[in-house]
Design a protein. Structure first.
Length: 287
């Protein structure tokens, strides 16, 4: 650990503790916080940094690391991720929220979130991404409730599942949101009108084509871009943000926080800045 003397290391034991630490560092005016972990850990740190001037560095050490892949941050060698921070290049990305809970990559309501709900931490640590596939086979046979999706512009849709993207990637390295740009102040929303194997078929077809085409929606899928949207259902449905289960609700509002998040990225990406003091948040046991 040649860089060990450069860090003040904090090993967090819960999501709440990670949020509190990130908030404290931001309030103290730290220029940079590095989050070491997966997308769940990142989401907690982002919630703590939301609205501050503190920049985010990423050490991707989790199961999927979708946001790191989105931003071009190396996820196979931490030394390379450290080089990105040392280069000092950064950019601002949109920061959206679901019912006030910030997220930076994507969110899901319905099937996608239920799969996460069914996947235990023990199974995820043992099987990795395969654990989600096993949970998906269990959920496929269930009949989900209908949801009403109302966009900022007044457009309304019916569906049984929706995926909300700030970035383009979903489930790891797969581009699903074809028009997504995490600095355009817009959410890309894929609405699935049918559940079960039709959902799987539509998703796989979109992934195989490099993303679901917003200009060629099928009878079972809609692709829209919007500044905000509201989801309602007569039954409480599962919701996930940045790959972590948020809970269940009959109502979910997705909108902008009105703030940006500055993230250290590879030099070929836009944005430049300098850094000084580093603080590291390590993943907790259940990340």
């Amino acid at each position: 650990m040649e860089n060990a003397t450069r860090f003040a290391v904090y090993a967090t034991r819960s999501r709440e503790e990670a949020i509190e630490l990130a908030q404290r560092f931001a309030q103290e005016g730290e220029p940079l916080v590095i989050a070491a972990g997966g997308d769940g850990t990142l989401n907690a740190v982002i919630e703590g940094l939301a609205g501050s001037q503190t920049s985010l560095g990423v050490f991707p050490t989790g199961t999927m690391n979708v946001f790191a892949r989105e931003m071009g941050i190396p996820y196979d060698r931490l030394e390379n991720a450290m080089e990105i921070i040392d280069e000092g290049h950064s950019e601002e990305v949109d920061l959206f929220a679901m019912n006030g809970a910030p997220f930076v990559q994507m969110a899901g309501v319905g099937f996608d979130a239920q799969v996460i709900e069914e996947t235990t931490w023990e199974r995820k640590k043992l099987l990795g991404p395969l654990a989600y596939l096993l949970s998906a086979t269990k959920v496929l046979g269930e009949k989900p409730p209908q949801m009403t999706i109302t966009c900022h512009e007044g457009r309304s849709y019916q569906g049984v599942c929706l995926l909300v993207g700030n970035g383009s990637l979903y489930g790891g390295q797969f581009p699903l949101f074809k028009k997504a740009d995490n600095s355009d102040d817009l959410l890309d929303v894929v609405i699935f009108k049918e559940a079960g194997y039709q959902f799987v078929r539509d998703t796989l077809r979109g992934l195989a084509k490099g993303g679901i085409d917003p200009d060629s929606p099928g009878h079972s899928v809609e692709y829209v871009q919007t500044k905000s949207l509201e989801v309602t259902s007569e039954q409480a449905v599962p919701i996930e943000i940045d790959g972590e289960l948020w809970g269940r609700s009959t109502q979910a509002t997705f909108d902008s926080t009105g703030r940006k998040l500055r993230v250290f990225t590879p030099k070929e990406r836009k944005g430049k800045t300098r850094y000084a003091l580093l603080k590291v948040l390590s993943p907790w046991a259940h990340s």
